[in-house]
Structures are given as C-alpha cells and as structure tokens.
Design a protein around this ligand. Structure first.
Ligand SMILES: [Mg+2]
Length: 236
C-alpha cells in the first residue's frame, strides 16, 4: 500500500555527516590521540541528542551543548577534552559542514517522491536557525514546501518527543501507520516515530547498536541506495 506521507530526517540520512566529522577530527585531535573516528562519530550523534535535551530543558546554553557533545564523546574513550579544544573542534566541524551535499541516491529518491505527488516533510533535530540554513544550503526547498521543513527548535521539543511528530501530522493532515519516517538515529528517529504510531525506515549505514527497547523499525536499510529503493517502494 502506498504511503500517505513520507517524512525525513536530514543529518546523516540525506547527506554524509561523518565526512565533516572526519575532517575536524583529523585537524584537531588526530595528532594527539589514536581513536576510532567512525566509532566516535556514531557516539557523537547520541551524545548530541542527549545534550540537546538539556538545552531544550534550559539547563545549558547553546555553547555548552556544543562543548558537552564533544567532551562526552571523547570521554567514552577515556580522553578528557578542555572547553577550548571542544570549541575549536566545533568550529572546524561547522566549517566543514559548509561543503556538504546530498547523497546522489537521496536526490534520485526525492525526485521520485516529488513525481509521485506524495506529501513530504522534514523533522530535523536542532537549533531552528542553524538547521533551516543547512536545509536551504542542501537545496531541500526544491522538494519540500518551506512550511513542511521543521526543525525541532521551531517546535521547542526535540525527537523522540511527540511534539515535533504531532506538529508534522497537523501540517500533513495525516497520521498513523500510513505516515513513514526515514531516519538514521535509533534513539530519536525510530523510537520517536514508532511511539506516535508511524511506520519507520531505519537508515543504518554505520552499523549502530540497537538499544533494548520495544520500538522496532518496519524496514532497515544499510546504504543510501537501499534507502532510495525502500522509499521508492512506498510510492507504488
Ligand atoms: Mg540524523
């Protein structure tokens, strides 16, 4: 059965966020530490969302959020990072993100979605101004109505909270299992979308650990090409 609507995550789902992370690691930390950068990147996504929870609760500020996600990630490997080092890393990481581009397979996927006429949306965790700037830089306004590109900062609550998903249901005029969510982070994307009764494609390009929770994705894909094919199959 064709999907009623398809909603996408952005970071590390529609483009490769590990590339900018590797650039920043090489420039800031590689000369001093010998750490598994791809594993660091995976944990950084989890810690980023943990810090985002504290930010949205008003317990830390925007700069703390950026510092803590770096410090917590390297602490997993027993490395203590100063605030200054963390901010330097963040600066290089942000600069590297100015050169991101969509996966070619994501472009093909979004072209197919647009041609089918299925309603489309985006829910991306993070600060509203930063996320919207990034969505425009990626050219996502080619496929998505501006009003359907939602940053969690717009809503004041971050995935996996229900509020951003409920806000998207109101925009789309649809809810339930006919609405599909496509995202890479289990803790926010799979758990969040399943808890509101949506269906979910989990994009597990990096071989992440599945947390011990009852929520399970409806489809699992392991590459951008598999993601494209799984989403196109929802259009039939
Ligand atoms: Mg993501």
């Amino acid at each position: 059965m064709a999907a009623d609507a398809i909603v996408f995550d952005v970071d590390d789902t529609l483009y490769d966020l590990a590339g900018p992370y590797r650039v920043a690691y090489a420039e800031v930390f590689a000369s001093r530490y010998d750490l598994p950068v791809d594993e660091l990147f995976k944990m950084s996504r989890v810690h980023s969302d943990e810090a985002l929870e504290l930010l949205s609760a008003g317990r830390i500020d925007e700069e703390d959020h950026k510092v803590l996600r770096v410090q917590w990630t390297l602490a997993d490997w027993g490395v203590e990072v100063s605030r200054e080092e963390a901010l330097t890393f963040q600066r290089v990481y942000a600069q590297a993100q100015e050169h991101i581009a969509l996966y070619p397979e994501a472009v093909e996927m979004l072209d197919a979605c647009a041609a089918s006429g299925v309603p489309l949306g985006i829910i991306s965790n993070g600060d509203a101004a930063h996320q919207h700037q990034k969505m425009l830089r990626l050219g996502l306004d080619r496929w998505f109505d501006e009003g359907h590109m939602v940053a969690s900062g717009d809503v004041g609550a971050h995935k996996p909270a229900q509020a951003p998903f409920r806000a998207m249901e109101a925009l789309l005029g649809s809810s339930g299992a006919g609405v599909w969510y496509v995202g890479d982070t289990y803790e926010t994307d799979v758990i969040g979308s399943k808890r509101v009764g949506w269906s979910c494609v989990w994009v597990d390009v990096r071989g992440r650990v599945v947390p011990a929770v009852p929520e399970r994705p409806d489809k699992v894909v392991h590459s951008p090409a598999e993601m494209r094919d799984a989403v196109v199959s929802l259009l039939a």
